[in-house]
Design a protein around this ligand. Sequence first.
Ligand SMILES: Nc1ncnc2c1ncn2[C@@H]1O[C@H](COP(=O)(O)OP(=O)(O)OP(=O)(O)O)[C@@H](O)[C@H]1O
Length: 388
Amino acid sequence: MPETEPEVSGVDIELTDVVKRYPGQKKPAVEGLSLHIPAGEIVMFVGPSGCGKTTSLKMINRLIEPTSGRIRIGGEDVGKQNDDDLRRRIGYVIQGGSLFPHMTVTQNIALVPGLLGWDKRRTAERVDELLELVGLDPDRYRGRYPRELSGGQQQRVGVARGLAADPPVILMDEPFGAVDPITRQRLQDELLSIQEELRKTIVCVTHDFDEAVKLGDRILILTEGANIAQYDTPEEILANPANRFVADFVGAGAALKQLTLSRVSEIELNQPTVAEIGDPAPEVLRAAKAAGDDCVVVLDRRRRPIDWMWTSDLSDVDNVPAPHEDTDLVTIDRRATLNDALDTMLMSSHGSAVVTGRRDEYLGVVDFQAVLARIQDGNGQPEAEVAQ
Ligand SMILES: Nc1ncnc2c1ncn2[C@@H]1O[C@H](COP(=O)(O)OP(=O)(O)OP(=O)(O)O)[C@@H](O)[C@H]1O
């Protein structure tokens, strides 16, 4: 839940009877798509391979020219704008970040500001601000080359580049498709966190229906020729699939997918005993015993969790020690879904996960019981009915 209602910086997108016919193809890839994308929302495009998701997305920034129809962004006809204008108004993020390998992180992010003629100082300030926003320390990363970054870090720089000129609209094509599942989950959480602040209009193509449910304010499900099977909120699509095609696409696990609709932040967290490195161990043990805890969460000076210790490991030391490299601490963002939380907990020997907030600060602990209780109480929603 946002603390204060942020201003919407995105603008509406309107597609009216948009057609794309590729040369030499019998049928149009997009047969006549009409769609309203409200300002400040995330809309996810999903559908079977070849149904026209990417073609539809790329027509919005005219990387692909429509054969006919009209696309308006913030009320203005895209067809009548020059390319520089479009690049300023539309950020573009694709799989893996697609950074230029011979350019540093700064040079990659500064591409669009460079095109727009920003001076050096303004560009440098913007690069640092964006690196902070996507969770990369500017001093460490601004001078690096893409090969000196992990896949997840490259993708973060790709997101920063898409945001560089502060465009109201961002288009994303399988943005997190190239990273491992845990990194993907983190990047999704970060995108939601950034969006909570910026409220852009984001249009995103994905193959992953769970990702669509997690990120989307609305999901557009397409059939071949980019025909709309259903365009609705994730809640509505899961509870009331419009037809057999959607029901099949959503899959048999619709009830379980409801887990993807609930966030860790909606669950009451446990508050086990916490300690800082160097705290006297006997005192920490006393507090843990009084609370009935068999483990203690260790925090750093900025209240970020760094270790998770069994009380038995504290009984033969004087002070809380610095964490081992192989600490089994597992953290999860408060924006993560209950699905993510279950995945994360399965990897932890504690059967629970430490929950962190916007700036990685400690918030509490979520465990299996809490998630189960949440599933059982069902959030007051009826079980999803899948059309027969
Ligand atoms: N440059 C092109 N020339 C000819 N046909 C094309 C071209 N690009 C795409 N197509 C065809 O248009 C249709 C839609 O392609 P598009 O890439 O938009 O689908 P998609 O839903 O994004 O697919 P995927 O999920 O596999 O990425 C497909 O049948 C594809 O073969």
